[in-house]
Design a protein around this ligand. Sequence first.
Ligand code: ZN
Length: 230
Amino acid sequence: MKRVISEGIIYKLIKYSDDSAIAICFLRDFGKTKIFINKAFSKKRGVNKFFPAEIDFLRKDESDLHKLYGIKYDTSKGYFLENPQIFLRLNIVFNIIDLLYHDDEPDEILYKYILNINEKNMTKWTVYTINYILKIQGLLKNYDVCGECGCSLEEIVLVNGDFLCEKCSGKNPFLNKTRTEILNKVFLPEYKSVKISKEDEIYIVKFLTKYVQTIIGKEIKGVDLLEELI
Ligand SMILES: [Zn+2]
């Protein structure tokens, strides 16, 4: 057992008894971590989701449920809580992290990206961050080649987790030319100057989450909610 402090974000709170809870966090130094919080709902403690903080806790060797000592929120990130547009995007990305990352699989780069979201970059942030996660988890595929005939793709049809052309699939594209181009630029220097409308973002996020759902067989929540608010 060791008392440690790490920067991190609580993304899920499960009520445990009247006043305690289990917080599922993504910590910069430890990755996905479960922490037991006594008096989580008291006015004094007031535990917040999606609010970056320094989390001080007892890390147990013999259990995967650790124990909280204290949380110090990073008040410079107050807009994480106040802006619903940011909140909803964090919710989707954390639902993906929850499904794809193992416990104790830290990813400092991802943590840094998460902290970078703001009102100006958020549509680009969602597309980039989800693609980064797919890359790290080995799920990234080429967006520019038909998975069946090998022709170059201008528009993508999604069929059972494969990216196909219209001819091979016999179906209408899920992503039009603009949206396919955005995906092809995501890891190129040009991405810096790309502009992504909220509508384009929603289509791309729906496409990526549908793809991931097919691969892992689990539902990713939060996408419909984002769509409703836009
Ligand atoms: Zn094809």
